[in-house]
Write a protein that binds this ligand. Structure first.
Ligand code: NOJ
Length: 800
């Protein structure tokens, strides 16, 4: 079933019917003020932290699964009928109620019509501002005069902390009250603590109306909704007037009513504003909207900002669904994971108040090709969260104080974060991320930049940080000379035992050594080059001796010596990640590459992607295989763990298999499920954490929207793998790996301020291999394009 389409030109996903199989969301805002909104205006907002800065209340996993939200109700004063500017919460019959939701880059717009009244509602957070705007336009399309009341409504939290607001009701319900002041509801929280000390827990929020006069208000949720009612039929709306009540204890809200009269064809506009500001600041903000056209300027700015970033790479290939994801939605999702990590969605409530080390270092990779300057800032931050022993802090607090943090070796860190010890993989993600950044930006000096550690103010170079990461792994090898799995590796659910060994980490380490060697060579660090060569050799021997099985690599070795992921086992006999990483890391030779990739295709591939392992654990599991807790074919237990799809696409592309790389891409591309939304359920424009695989009764159903490492991993596989964009310190090379049926494609890339207009011609219909490159009409001997050869704007033609 189809619920919408991609509007490529406007970079929007347009939802044409609002009764989607799940709330389909979008993100508005910035790190300073975040907001999530569904295709029925459900969702919430927060200042800085989803856990500690909540403004709009949201009930996770409730029956109306995206409520409450940012609602505008309408009521006809003559017929007494009422509805909402978005289909929900009133939910009129869809035969008569028409609604389109346009999710765009940091804004969401609704166009709805009901009973000859047209409504246009636009939600956004202005660029660099910390409040939100609901611009509302209502038009009378009737032949007669219509008397309409419009009601803006928001349910406030009583406490900014999500958990306190949700469960500590005997306390938080009694620290707040609302007040009506000049066209706005002002909410006070903890005002009795210290009226003069705004730095204390005291806090104010406002919900105001500009452009029309408030005719009535309500600051008390329960009197607005009424007993035994819901957001579909609040008593104030049914009665046609807000009761001018104010909240003192219990549940605060902001409801503002304005009564308007519309001549046939007439339009009236207004703006609702919401933020965590006191009355005085709110007045200033509201003043700025006196001329409502300011909203047009702001939305233009917002689009320019986001489209500017996304336009740094635009592609036009024969596959529209691929184009849509690379040009807009996968890229935008990468920015959202980069900003919000795993903190705030309809699934994540934000209580994990920090960045997962591996998550964020991987998230950064997804935006490097679009915004290297933003990536740099965060890479510095993550390096400053590396412990001086070389390991990464499993959780980097949002309040991270570089140089002064406790580590997993300290009881306080463990009790504060709940992370008992180091993970084997965290710091190893730095290698591809740092390399990718340096190659995109050309900023090779970064390798010498001095950065502190998490736990000491000692500053060392980025190069030294990377060396410490290697040392961390080398000091933690198991009985077979392979890196220990420690608390876990990338797979949260796999505990191999403290000295059990992980093949995945072994490949990561192999890859890290290869990357670091390039910098050692540059820095002429001869002794270290010798060390790397020796370790690469030792690692190769250990992996080949202990981890290669005829046509696949095993997943690891438990500390009791038992192999995990061996062909001889009845369950979890074949694993995906060791195969893809054997290739990505540059470890697998040609024969191993072919064999292990074929094994993945034969054993793990399904219509919706490749399973993480097969068969799932059920009766032959072990204590450390925590995934057994999950139903078979779900999550890490044989589900299609979506992040891993990016790695297998990349591996196939590196191996030169364009057809298979693209097939894997299509299998996991959300856009491919646009017409089967009833199966996938989740948004068709974003990746989720996993998809239920072939043995599940709900094969193809996706879960955990938006905030997932899938975004960056699949992005990288598209950019580096399929499109083959390979920048290096001194230039760029393009080596696509595409389906042989493609005649070619074009790309526009901003490369360090130079415009590259690239045309790829595949007249020979092959999957990989560039035989000739023309740069501005000149035939290059080498496929590599030197940066100094580039003009401001360049025409590049590649012949495959
Ligand atoms: C989700 C976690 O956020 C991520 O860090 C982990 O790698 C995957 N689960 C796989 O277990």
């Amino acid at each position: 079933m189809n619920y919408g389409y991609f509007d490529e030109e406007n970079k929007e996903y347009v939802i044409t019917r609002p009764d989607t199989p799940a709330p389909w969301a979008n993100y508005l805002g910035s790190p300073e003020y975040g907001a999530i909104i569904s295709n029925n205006a459900g969702g919430y907002s927060f200042v800085k932290s989803g856990a500690n800065g909540r403004i709009i209340r949201y009930r996770f996993n409730a029956i109306a699964s995206d409520q409450p939200g940012r609602y505008i109700y309408l009521r006809d004063r003559d017929s007494k009928e009422y509805w909402s500017a978005t289909w929900q919460p009133v939910g009129k019959n869809l035969d008569k109620y028409k609604s389109e939701c346009h999710h765009g880059t940091a804004y969401t717009r609704f166009e709805s019509t009901y009973d000859n009244i047209k409504m246009d509602t636009l939600y956004y957070v202005p660029l660099n501002k910390t409040y939100e705007v609901w611009k509302f336009k209502v038009t009378n399309e009737d032949k007669k005069v219509r008397n309409i009341s419009a009601f803006g409504y928001v349910e406030f939290t009583t406490d900014s902390n999500y958990e306190q607001d949700s469960v500590n009701l005997q306390y938080t319900q009694f620290i707040t009250r609302t007040e009506y002041i000049e066209n706005k509801i002002v909410q006070h929280i903890n005002e009795n603590v210290d009226k003069n000390d705004k730095g204390s827990n005291g806090l104010e929020r406002f919900f105001g109306l500009v452009g029309q006069e408030v005719t009535a208000y309500n600051g008390d949720r329960d009197s607005f909704v009424g007993s035994y009612r819901s957001y579909s039929n609040p008593i104030d709306i049914e009665n046609g007037h807000c009761s001018n009540s104010l909240n003192y204890n219990e549940n605060p809200c902001g409801a503002l009513q304005t009564d308007i009269t519309l001549q046939p064809g007439e339009t009236k506009e207004m703006v609702f504003l919401l933020g965590a500001y006191d009355n005085e600041k709110a007045n200033n903000i509201m003043k700025a909207y006196k001329d409502l056209s300011v909203t047009e300027k702001e939305i233009k700015e917002l689009k320019n900002f986001w489209h500017g970033k996304l336009n740094n790479l635009q592609i036009n290939t024969p596959d529209k669904n691929f184009n849509n994801m690379v040009n807009t939605w996968n890229s935008y999702q990468c920015f959202i994971t980069f900003i919000w990590s795993r903190a705030a969605s309809f699934i994540y409530c934000g209580l994990r108040n920090g960045y997962g080390y591996r998550d964020t270092v991987q998230d950064i990779q997804g935006i490097i090709h679009l915004a290297p300057e933003m990536a740099l800032e965060k890479i510095r931050f993550m390096l400053s969260a590396q412990v001086d022993n070389g390991g990464g802090l499993p959780l980097v607090k949002f309040t991270h104080n570089a140089g002064h943090e406790n580590t997993p070796d300290d009881a306080q860190y463990v009790s504060e974060t709940g992370h008992p010890s180091y993970r084997a993989d965290d710091a190893l993600w730095l290698f591809p991320t740092v390399e990718k950044y340096i190659n995109e930006s050309g900023n090779i000096d970064f390798i010498n930049e001095q950065i502190v550690f998490a736990n000491t103010e000692e500053k060392v170079s980025v190069y030294e940080h990377l060396k410490r990461a290697i040392k961390f792994s080398m000091e933690r090898l198991g009985a077979h000379n392979l890196p220990a799995g420690l608390h876990a590796d990338w797979n949260d659910c796999l505990r191999l035992g403290k000295l059990g060994e992980s093949t995945f980490v072994a490949f990561q380490l192999y890859y890290a050594l290869r990357i670091l060697k390039k910098y050692s060579v540059r820095l002429k660090d001869e002794e270290y080059i010798g060390y790397i060569d020796e370790k690469l050799k030792e690692l190769k021997e250990s992996i080949n001796t202990n981890c290669w099985e005829e046509d696949q690599f095993v997943r690891g070795i438990r500390d009791n010596g038992e192999i995990v992921g061996s062909k001889t086992q009845p369950e979890a006999a074949t694993w995906l990640n060791p195969q893809s990483w054997a290739v990505i890391s540059g470890f697998a030779d040609e024969r191993q590459t072919k064999l292990c990739l074929d094994t993945v295709y034969k054993i793990l591939n399904t219509a919706h992607g490749t399973m993480i392992c097969y068969p799932p654990y059920k009766d032959h599991t072990f204590d450390g295989a925590l995934m057994t807790l999950f139903n078979p074919y779900t999550k890490e237990n044989g589900g299609i763990f979506s992040q891993t799809q990016g790695w297998i696409i990349l591996a196939e592309a590196l191996a030169g298999n364009g057809d298979r790389a693209f097939k894997y891409f299509q299998e996991c591309n959300p856009a491919e499920m646009n017409d089967k939304a009833e199966i996938r359920k989740m948004e068709p424009y974003v990746h989720g954490q996993f998809v239920e695989s072939k043995g599940s009764p709900f094969e193809g159903r996706a879960h955990v929207h938006w905030l997932t490492g899938t975004a960056s991993t699949v992005m990288v596989s598209c950019v580096d793998g399929i499109l083959g964009i390979k920048p290096s310190v001194d230039g760029i090379e393009i080596e696509p790996c595409i389906p042989k049926s493609w005649d070619g494609f074009t790309m526009q890339k901003n490369f360090r301020g130079k415009q590259l207009n690239i045309t790829v011609k595949n007249n020979s219909h092959i999957e990989k291999g560039v035989k000739k490159v023309l740069l501005n009409g000149q035939d290059l001997v080498d496929k590599h394009i030197g940066f100094e050869q580039l003009k401001e704007e360049n025409e590049i033609i590649l012949y495959m």
